[in-house]
Design a binder for this molecule. Structure first.
Ligand SMILES: [Zn+2]
Length: 145
């Protein structure tokens, strides 16, 4: 087991399954929430903490809550617009950490690449889902040929 996997396993045991899942769903890609900071702090100060630093714990917890994959650093286009995504139930439950859509930086903002942390399994599932959706739309629009 890698050090990151060991830290995750100990952290999960320390906080319990429910809190562990909530922690991963909220994620650690941006700034930690106050309750997340408290859990990390309590963990590193405990005997269960493996002498890890808070930074090491945060890095270890950068995983997908559905697939357990360690997230990969990437980027998506940031565009000068307001974009308000409402993810579908399927996206939320099956590929929550795909993070492949452009990000709206607000009108008047310069366009730039925006860093993201994504799950490779989520991206694969999202691609397959999009292909199925497109196929289905084409069949509906043009009939079965
Ligand atoms: Zn995933």
């Amino acid at each position: 087991m890698s050090r990151n996997a060991t830290i995750r396993a100990e952290f999960q045991r320390f906080v319990g399954d429910k809190e562990y899942r909530r922690f991963l769903v909220v994620g650690v890609s941006s700034r930690l929430r106050f309750w997340q900071e408290r859990l990390v702090s309590a963990f590193v100060q405990s005997a269960a903490g493996l002498s890890a630093t808070p930074e090491e714990v945060v890095i270890a917890l950068r995983v997908c809550e559905v697939h357990g994959d360690e997230l990969i650093e990437g980027s998506v286009p940031g565009v000068a617009a307001e974009i308000d995504y409402a993810p579908s139930d399927e996206a939320r439950t099956k590929f929550p950490k795909a993070d492949s859509d452009p990000v709206g930086l607000g009108s008047g903002a310069g366009e730039r690449a925006v860093p993201v942390w994504y799950c490779p399994s989520c991206r694969r599932l999202r691609e397959a889902w999009l292909q199925r959706a497109n196929y289905s739309i084409q069949r509906t629009a043009y009939g079965d040929r």
